[in-house]
Design a protein. Sequence first.
Length: 130
Amino acid sequence: MTQPPSIHPPAVLIVEDEEIIRLDAVDIVREAGFDAYEAADSDEALRILESHGDIGILFTDIDIPGSMDGLTLAHAVHGRWPPVRIIIASGKLSLRAPDMPIESAFFSKPYRPAQIVGKLQEMAERAHRG
C-alpha cells in the first residue's frame, strides 16, 4: 500500500533587525519543522522573496530599517505575492485587522514561541488547503 506524499510546509522569511531576536525566531521556526530565511531589513527581505519561490510565510517586525517599515513591507508582499501569509510583530505598536493585509496575524513582543508555532501551523494548513 502506498503512502500519500508528505506535505512539506512552506518556508518562512523572518525580517528582524535585532540579531538576537532574529536568531531566536529562526530557532522557533526551524524547531517547528519549517525552513527559514532571514533578513535584517526590508530591502534584503524583498531580494530574498524574489529569489526563493518556496517562501509561503512572512514573519516581520514593524520597526525595521530599509526602504520601508515592516507594515509597509507586509502590504507590499501581500500585493505582489498574494499567497504569502503574513505575521507582524511589534514591541512598540499594536495593530488592528483593518491596518494589516487580509488574513494577517499580529503579535505583541515579547511573544510566546507556542503562539508563533501555532499560527505558523495554522497558516501552513490553510495554504495547503488552498
